[in-house]
Write a protein that binds this ligand. Structure first.
Ligand code: G4P
Length: 288
Protein backbone atom coordinates (compact mmCIF):
# COMPACT_ATOMS: atom_id res chain seq x y z
CA UNK A 1 0.00 0.00 0.00
CA UNK A 2 1.26 3.50 -0.78
CA UNK A 3 -0.22 6.92 -0.21
CA UNK A 4 -0.71 8.91 -3.42
CA UNK A 5 -0.47 12.60 -2.74
CA UNK A 6 0.22 14.68 -5.77
CA UNK A 7 -2.37 17.29 -6.64
CA UNK A 8 -1.86 18.94 -10.04
CA UNK A 9 -0.43 22.18 -8.65
CA UNK A 10 2.31 20.22 -6.89
CA UNK A 11 3.35 18.62 -10.19
CA UNK A 12 3.53 22.07 -11.75
CA UNK A 13 5.41 23.43 -8.72
CA UNK A 14 8.07 20.71 -8.99
CA UNK A 15 8.67 21.55 -12.66
CA UNK A 16 8.92 25.27 -11.88
CA UNK A 17 11.42 24.59 -9.09
CA UNK A 18 13.59 22.48 -11.39
CA UNK A 19 13.58 25.32 -13.94
CA UNK A 20 14.70 28.02 -11.54
CA UNK A 21 17.17 25.93 -9.54
CA UNK A 22 20.26 26.58 -11.72
CA UNK A 23 20.02 30.29 -10.87
CA UNK A 24 19.77 29.92 -7.08
CA UNK A 25 22.81 30.26 -4.81
CA UNK A 26 21.63 28.03 -1.98
CA UNK A 27 18.60 26.10 -0.80
CA UNK A 28 16.95 26.20 2.59
CA UNK A 29 15.12 22.91 3.02
CA UNK A 30 12.82 23.08 6.00
CA UNK A 31 12.34 19.73 7.69
CA UNK A 32 10.14 18.75 10.58
CA UNK A 33 12.67 17.91 13.33
CA UNK A 34 10.38 15.13 14.56
CA UNK A 35 10.56 13.34 11.19
CA UNK A 36 13.64 14.61 9.34
CA UNK A 37 13.63 11.75 6.84
CA UNK A 38 9.91 11.52 6.20
CA UNK A 39 9.57 15.29 5.81
CA UNK A 40 12.50 15.49 3.41
CA UNK A 41 11.27 15.48 -0.15
CA UNK A 42 13.35 13.21 -2.42
CA UNK A 43 12.25 15.29 -5.42
CA UNK A 44 13.81 18.35 -3.81
CA UNK A 45 16.92 16.44 -2.71
CA UNK A 46 17.59 15.12 -6.20
CA UNK A 47 17.03 18.56 -7.74
CA UNK A 48 19.39 20.45 -5.43
CA UNK A 49 22.41 18.13 -5.72
CA UNK A 50 25.04 20.78 -6.55
CA UNK A 51 23.80 23.63 -4.38
CA UNK A 52 24.73 24.37 -0.78
CA UNK A 53 21.81 23.26 1.38
CA UNK A 54 20.71 24.44 4.80
CA UNK A 55 18.58 21.77 6.41
CA UNK A 56 16.51 23.78 8.83
CA UNK A 57 15.06 21.42 11.40
CA UNK A 58 11.92 23.26 12.39
CA UNK A 59 9.71 22.43 15.36
CA UNK A 60 12.78 21.20 17.23
CA UNK A 61 11.03 22.45 20.38
CA UNK A 62 8.65 19.50 19.86
CA UNK A 63 11.38 16.94 19.03
CA UNK A 64 13.70 14.83 21.15
CA UNK A 65 17.01 16.77 21.24
CA UNK A 66 19.16 13.66 21.35
CA UNK A 67 17.59 12.34 18.17
CA UNK A 68 17.80 15.75 16.48
CA UNK A 69 21.56 15.75 17.16
CA UNK A 70 21.89 12.32 15.55
CA UNK A 71 20.19 13.61 12.42
CA UNK A 72 22.33 16.75 12.29
CA UNK A 73 25.48 14.65 12.40
CA UNK A 74 24.13 12.39 9.70
CA UNK A 75 23.14 15.27 7.39
CA UNK A 76 26.42 17.12 7.88
CA UNK A 77 28.38 14.13 6.63
CA UNK A 78 27.55 15.73 3.29
CA UNK A 79 30.06 18.58 2.83
CA UNK A 80 27.61 21.00 1.24
CA UNK A 81 24.98 20.56 3.89
CA UNK A 82 24.68 22.60 7.08
CA UNK A 83 21.96 22.14 9.65
CA UNK A 84 20.17 24.30 12.19
CA UNK A 85 17.71 22.98 14.76
CA UNK A 86 15.22 25.73 15.47
CA UNK A 87 11.94 26.74 17.01
CA UNK A 88 10.78 28.99 14.19
CA UNK A 89 8.59 30.89 16.58
CA UNK A 90 11.57 32.07 18.64
CA UNK A 91 13.18 35.50 18.15
CA UNK A 92 16.76 34.45 17.45
CA UNK A 93 16.06 32.31 14.41
CA UNK A 94 16.45 35.12 11.86
CA UNK A 95 19.96 36.02 12.98
CA UNK A 96 21.09 32.39 12.80
CA UNK A 97 19.55 31.77 9.39
CA UNK A 98 20.90 34.97 7.82
CA UNK A 99 24.38 34.23 9.17
CA UNK A 100 24.33 30.75 7.68
CA UNK A 101 22.98 32.02 4.34
CA UNK A 102 25.82 34.56 4.16
CA UNK A 103 28.32 31.83 4.89
CA UNK A 104 27.03 29.40 2.25
CA UNK A 105 26.10 32.00 -0.38
CA UNK A 106 28.43 34.98 0.16
CA UNK A 107 27.09 38.45 -0.65
CA UNK A 108 27.54 39.57 -4.26
CA UNK A 109 28.46 42.99 -5.65
CA UNK A 110 25.38 44.74 -6.94
CA UNK A 111 22.94 41.84 -6.62
CA UNK A 112 21.41 39.71 -3.89
CA UNK A 113 22.06 36.03 -3.24
CA UNK A 114 19.05 34.02 -4.32
CA UNK A 115 18.02 31.51 -1.65
CA UNK A 116 15.28 29.04 -2.51
CA UNK A 117 13.07 27.99 0.38
CA UNK A 118 11.42 24.58 0.13
CA UNK A 119 9.51 22.33 2.47
CA UNK A 120 6.48 20.11 2.71
CA UNK A 121 3.14 21.66 3.65
CA UNK A 122 2.72 22.78 7.26
CA UNK A 123 6.40 22.46 8.11
CA UNK A 124 6.78 26.15 9.04
CA UNK A 125 7.82 27.79 5.76
CA UNK A 126 5.50 30.78 6.08
CA UNK A 127 6.52 31.27 9.70
CA UNK A 128 10.18 31.44 8.67
CA UNK A 129 9.59 33.74 5.70
CA UNK A 130 7.39 36.11 7.65
CA UNK A 131 10.00 36.27 10.43
CA UNK A 132 12.84 36.95 8.02
CA UNK A 133 10.87 39.55 6.07
CA UNK A 134 9.54 41.20 9.22
CA UNK A 135 6.06 41.29 7.76
CA UNK A 136 3.28 38.97 6.68
CA UNK A 137 4.28 37.62 3.27
CA UNK A 138 2.70 34.23 2.67
CA UNK A 139 -0.34 32.71 4.26
CA UNK A 140 0.26 30.59 7.33
CA UNK A 141 -2.26 28.12 8.65
CA UNK A 142 -2.71 24.65 9.96
CA UNK A 143 -4.26 23.22 6.78
CA UNK A 144 -1.53 21.73 4.55
CA UNK A 145 -0.94 23.02 0.98
CA UNK A 146 -2.19 26.56 1.58
CA UNK A 147 0.74 28.45 0.02
CA UNK A 148 0.61 28.47 -3.78
CA UNK A 149 2.85 29.96 -6.52
CA UNK A 150 6.50 31.10 -6.47
CA UNK A 151 7.42 34.53 -5.21
CA UNK A 152 10.60 36.53 -4.54
CA UNK A 153 11.02 38.35 -1.26
CA UNK A 154 13.80 40.92 -0.95
CA UNK A 155 15.12 40.92 2.62
CA UNK A 156 17.15 44.09 1.83
CA UNK A 157 20.27 42.62 3.44
CA UNK A 158 21.82 41.06 0.33
CA UNK A 159 19.43 38.12 0.40
CA UNK A 160 16.53 37.46 -1.95
CA UNK A 161 14.29 34.59 -0.89
CA UNK A 162 12.54 32.48 -3.47
CA UNK A 163 9.42 31.07 -1.87
CA UNK A 164 8.06 27.86 -3.41
CA UNK A 165 4.81 26.02 -2.74
CA UNK A 166 4.82 23.38 -0.01
CA UNK A 167 4.93 20.07 -1.83
CA UNK A 168 4.92 16.44 -0.86
CA UNK A 169 6.47 13.85 -3.18
CA UNK A 170 4.58 11.93 -5.84
CA UNK A 171 4.10 8.79 -3.80
CA UNK A 172 4.94 7.98 -0.22
CA UNK A 173 5.93 4.35 -0.76
CA UNK A 174 7.19 3.89 2.75
CA UNK A 175 4.06 3.17 4.81
CA UNK A 176 5.60 4.06 8.20
CA UNK A 177 6.65 7.41 6.69
CA UNK A 178 3.10 8.16 5.64
CA UNK A 179 1.88 7.40 9.16
CA UNK A 180 4.58 9.65 10.61
CA UNK A 181 3.60 12.46 8.24
CA UNK A 182 0.00 12.02 9.34
CA UNK A 183 1.00 11.93 13.01
CA UNK A 184 2.68 15.35 12.83
CA UNK A 185 -0.14 16.75 10.64
CA UNK A 186 1.59 17.06 7.25
CA UNK A 187 -0.77 14.73 5.35
CA UNK A 188 -4.29 16.08 5.10
CA UNK A 189 -6.61 14.88 7.81
CA UNK A 190 -8.74 13.17 5.18
CA UNK A 191 -5.97 10.83 3.99
CA UNK A 192 -6.25 8.61 7.10
CA UNK A 193 -8.60 8.45 10.04
CA UNK A 194 -7.48 9.80 13.39
CA UNK A 195 -8.08 6.32 14.77
CA UNK A 196 -5.58 4.73 12.36
CA UNK A 197 -2.99 7.40 13.09
CA UNK A 198 -3.54 7.07 16.86
CA UNK A 199 -2.97 3.30 16.75
CA UNK A 200 0.30 3.86 14.93
CA UNK A 201 1.42 6.63 17.31
CA UNK A 202 0.40 4.73 20.45
CA UNK A 203 2.32 1.65 19.37
CA UNK A 204 5.43 3.78 18.80
CA UNK A 205 5.23 5.90 21.93
CA UNK A 206 4.46 2.94 24.14
CA UNK A 207 7.76 1.40 23.00
CA UNK A 208 9.99 4.47 22.71
CA UNK A 209 8.62 7.00 25.22
CA UNK A 210 6.60 4.97 27.77
CA UNK A 211 7.26 7.47 30.54
CA UNK A 212 5.57 10.30 28.64
CA UNK A 213 2.45 8.18 28.19
CA UNK A 214 2.45 7.04 31.83
CA UNK A 215 2.83 10.60 33.08
CA UNK A 216 0.18 12.11 30.82
CA UNK A 217 -2.45 9.45 31.53
CA UNK A 218 -1.37 8.75 35.13
CA UNK A 219 -1.04 5.00 34.62
CA UNK A 220 1.65 2.77 36.12
CA UNK A 221 0.94 0.04 33.57
CA UNK A 222 -0.61 0.04 30.14
CA UNK A 223 -3.21 -2.26 28.68
CA UNK A 224 -1.69 -4.73 26.24
CA UNK A 225 -3.18 -3.53 22.97
CA UNK A 226 -3.38 -0.12 21.29
CA UNK A 227 -7.15 -0.54 21.09
CA UNK A 228 -7.42 -0.95 24.88
CA UNK A 229 -5.04 1.95 25.33
CA UNK A 230 -7.18 4.20 23.16
CA UNK A 231 -10.28 3.02 25.03
CA UNK A 232 -8.57 3.97 28.29
CA UNK A 233 -7.82 7.45 26.90
CA UNK A 234 -11.42 7.74 25.69
CA UNK A 235 -12.76 6.87 29.12
CA UNK A 236 -10.42 9.33 30.83
CA UNK A 237 -11.40 12.11 28.47
CA UNK A 238 -15.14 11.41 28.65
CA UNK A 239 -15.45 10.37 24.99
CA UNK A 240 -18.71 8.45 25.28
CA UNK A 241 -21.35 8.18 22.59
CA UNK A 242 -25.08 7.76 23.21
CA UNK A 243 -25.20 4.03 24.19
CA UNK A 244 -22.32 4.56 26.63
CA UNK A 245 -19.85 3.22 24.07
CA UNK A 246 -16.39 4.77 23.85
CA UNK A 247 -16.08 7.10 20.87
CA UNK A 248 -12.68 5.98 19.58
CA UNK A 249 -12.45 8.58 16.81
CA UNK A 250 -12.97 11.39 19.33
CA UNK A 251 -10.45 9.86 21.73
CA UNK A 252 -7.98 9.52 18.85
CA UNK A 253 -8.50 13.14 17.80
CA UNK A 254 -7.82 14.39 21.31
CA UNK A 255 -4.73 12.19 21.64
CA UNK A 256 -3.26 13.16 18.25
CA UNK A 257 -3.90 16.86 18.80
CA UNK A 258 -2.17 16.71 22.20
CA UNK A 259 0.73 14.85 20.64
CA UNK A 260 1.08 17.37 17.79
CA UNK A 261 1.04 20.26 20.24
CA UNK A 262 3.79 18.70 22.36
CA UNK A 263 1.55 18.31 25.41
CA UNK A 264 2.86 14.79 26.08
CA UNK A 265 6.46 16.00 25.75
CA UNK A 266 9.24 16.07 23.18
CA UNK A 267 8.98 13.17 20.76
CA UNK A 268 10.92 12.21 17.63
CA UNK A 269 9.39 9.57 15.41
CA UNK A 270 12.45 8.36 13.52
CA UNK A 271 16.21 7.95 14.03
CA UNK A 272 18.86 7.54 11.33
CA UNK A 273 19.37 3.87 12.31
CA UNK A 274 15.67 3.17 12.19
CA UNK A 275 15.39 4.62 8.70
CA UNK A 276 18.48 2.73 7.50
CA UNK A 277 16.91 -0.50 8.70
CA UNK A 278 13.53 0.29 7.12
CA UNK A 279 15.11 1.16 3.80
CA UNK A 280 17.30 -1.90 3.60
CA UNK A 281 14.47 -4.22 4.63
CA UNK A 282 11.69 -2.81 2.50
CA UNK A 283 13.15 -1.06 -0.51
CA UNK A 284 16.73 -2.16 -0.95
CA UNK A 285 17.73 1.50 -0.42
CA UNK A 286 15.03 3.19 -2.54
CA UNK A 287 13.23 5.69 -0.31
CA UNK A 288 11.28 7.60 -2.91
P1 G4P B 1 3.79 26.22 6.07
O1 G4P B 1 3.90 27.63 5.57
O2 G4P B 1 5.05 25.43 5.84
O3 G4P B 1 2.59 25.48 5.56
O4 G4P B 1 3.65 26.25 7.67
P2 G4P B 1 3.32 27.47 8.65
O5 G4P B 1 4.43 28.45 8.69
O6 G4P B 1 1.96 27.96 8.32
O7 G4P B 1 3.30 26.71 10.04
C1 G4P B 1 2.36 25.69 10.32
C2 G4P B 1 2.10 25.63 11.81
O8 G4P B 1 3.32 25.24 12.47
C3 G4P B 1 1.72 26.97 12.44
O9 G4P B 1 0.86 26.65 13.53
C4 G4P B 1 3.02 27.49 13.00
O10 G4P B 1 2.84 28.41 14.05
C5 G4P B 1 3.63 26.19 13.49
N1 G4P B 1 5.10 26.26 13.57
C6 G4P B 1 5.97 26.65 12.62
N2 G4P B 1 7.23 26.52 13.03
C7 G4P B 1 7.18 26.03 14.29
C8 G4P B 1 8.19 25.66 15.24
O11 G4P B 1 9.40 25.74 15.02
N3 G4P B 1 7.72 25.17 16.43
C9 G4P B 1 6.40 25.02 16.70
N4 G4P B 1 6.07 24.52 17.88
N5 G4P B 1 5.43 25.36 15.82
C10 G4P B 1 5.82 25.86 14.64
P3 G4P B 1 -0.64 27.11 13.53
O12 G4P B 1 -1.24 26.53 14.75
O13 G4P B 1 -1.23 26.79 12.22
O14 G4P B 1 -0.54 28.66 13.60
P4 G4P B 1 -0.31 29.60 14.87
O15 G4P B 1 -1.61 29.55 15.58
O16 G4P B 1 0.82 29.04 15.66
O17 G4P B 1 0.00 30.92 14.25
Amino acid sequence: MSIHWYPGHMHKATKEMAKVLPSVDAVIEILDARIPFSSSNPVISSMSTNKPVIKLMAKSDLADNKVTDMWRMRFEEDQKTKTLAVDLKSEHVCEQVVKLCNKLAPKKEGSSSLIMVVGIPNVGKSTLINNLAGRHVAKTGDEPAITKGQQRINLRNGIMLLDTPGILWPKVKNLPSSFRLATVGAIKNTAMTYEEVAFFALDYIKREYPLLLKTRFEQANFPASELELLEMIGLQRGCLSSGGRIDLERAATIFINELRAGILGEVSYETPDMIDAELSEEFGGDAS
